[in-house]
Design a protein around this ligand. Structure first.
Ligand code: IMP
Ligand code: MG
Length: 177
């Protein structure tokens, strides 16, 4: 285990099982709806890659990049760094996120995409930290509910590091203090 990690919160095996289950549920719910999965970069990249291999229906994928964070605390401001390349009017959208924390990012993103008149928007998140919620937004699909600790790995970073860890870990507090 990497020396900067205090402990493993979610193991590779637990990730694999839960992501597969969410993939199956989405496939049942969206059969014949040809949804567009919209990944929120960069944090979604491993979750989305694993999730999509458990989705066995006709669908497409697109990506957005937003920034709202520097270090460990949310500023509330959301900037769109990369927008969608597909037209979403009349389409079913599934936003794929790494973690739902204050909810400020997804609340903004949902409103932003809603203006383009999609048929529906739902949210699939790897992790949910409900204790930190500020915006009125919830996950339709969530793999894990996690406590209020800063987590890294499986796509999630601290100042762009640790995204490559195959598990979700809690960072040692001396790393960000
Ligand atoms: P929100 O707008 O507060 O919900 O923040 C969402 C974004 O903040 C996520 O997409 C992550 O990129 C980042 N974030 C929130 N909590 C964590 C964490 O514990 N570890 C790493 N990134 C986090
Ligand atoms: Mg991030």
């Amino acid at each position: 285990m990497l020396n900067d990690i205090e402990k493993v919160l979610i193991s590779e095996e637990e990730l694999e099982a839960s992501v597969a289950e969410i993939g199956r549920r989405i496939s049942e719910d969206y059969r014949d709806k040809d949804p567009i999965f919209v990944g929120v970069l960069k944090g979604c990249f491993i979750f989305m890659a694993d999730l999509m291999r458990h989705v066995d229906i006709k669908c497409s994928m697109d990506f957005m990049a937003v920034s709202s964070y520097s270090g460990t605390s949310s500023t509330g401001a959301v900037k769109i760094n990369k927008d969608l390349s597909e037209d979403i009017e009349g389409r079913h959208i599934i936003i794929v996120e790494d973690i739902l924390d204050s909810g400020m990012t997804l609340s903004y993103l949902k409103g932003y995409l809603m203006n383009r008149r999609p048929a529906s928007i739902s949210i699939a998140t790897l992790m949910d930290k409900p204790s930190r919620r500020k915006a009125d937004v919830y996950a339709d699909y969530s793999c894990f509910e996690v406590p209020d600790a800063f987590v890294v790995g499986y796509g999630l970073d601290y100042n762009e590091h640790y995204r490559n860890l195959p598990y979700i870990g809690i960072l040692k507090s001396e790393i960000y203090n």
